[in-house]
Design a protein around this ligand. Structure first.
Ligand code: SF4
Length: 196
């Protein structure tokens, strides 16, 4: 594996993070971690200028692993995967550390402890980032057939829907006939038709 050259990017999220966590102290801490060659802070990394700052740093410092310490990955992990891919890195060379929901939002009253926790999470993120490997994309042909177990009304409807979509359908029923509970009803609402 190539020598990891980790860049750490710590987001203020305006005052959402920086109002509680001392982001500059986290940056200083991160810049001294083994494998880290660059660390910086920015008010809003998900903005265009914020992403540009990451891309510039990747090129200028020849970074090959990226740690973004920001919000929940549910929101912006895809954003930063695309961002680093546009800078020429594998999108899988990103480690996302949540220092907002996991730190500033839950430790509002204790700046010192919140900052310490953010440092520890970033240190963990850096170690994980150093071990990241690329995941090549692969296209796999899918056999367009499906098996439905149970020939009740749900199974029958699923078989019809999937058949309409062009799938070959195998419908398996353990009883002698299909229809399930529906076939046991004499009348159905609202027409009073026989269920069969
Ligand atoms: S990347 Fe996340 S933490 Fe940073 S400004 Fe955007 S929403 Fe806030």
């Amino acid at each position: 594996m190539e020598n990891p050259r980790v860049g750490v990017f710590i987001c203020y999220c305006g005052t959402n993070i920086n109002g509680v966590v001392d982001c500059e102290a986290v940056k200083e801490f991160a810049s001294k971690l083994d494998g880290v060659v660059y660390a910086e802070t920015y008010p809003f990394y998900c903005s265009d200028p914020g992403q540009k700052s990451i891309k510039n740093a990747i090129k200028e410092y020849n970074l090959n692993r990226i740690v973004v310490a920001a919000c929940t990955p549910k929101i912006h992990e895809p954003t930063f995967r695309i961002c680093i891919a546009e800078a020429g890195l594998s999108p899988y060379y990103l480690e996302f550390v949540n220092i907002r929901e996991h730190v500033s939002f839950v430790h509002l009253e204790d700046r010192e402890a919140a900052t310490k926790k953010a440092m520890e999470l970033v240190a963990g993120g850096v170690e994980r980032a150093k071990r990241l490997e690329d995941v090549p994309k692969k296209v796999v042909e899918v056999d367009k057939s499906c098996l439905i177990i149970g020939g009740g009304i749900a199974g029958i409807q699923a078989a019809l829907d999937l058949g309409d979509q062009g799938y070959k359908v195998y419908l398996v029923e353990k009883e002698e006939s299909i229809g399930g509970r529906m076939a046991q009803l004499a009348k159905t609402f609202p027409t009073d038709d026989c269920a069969l």
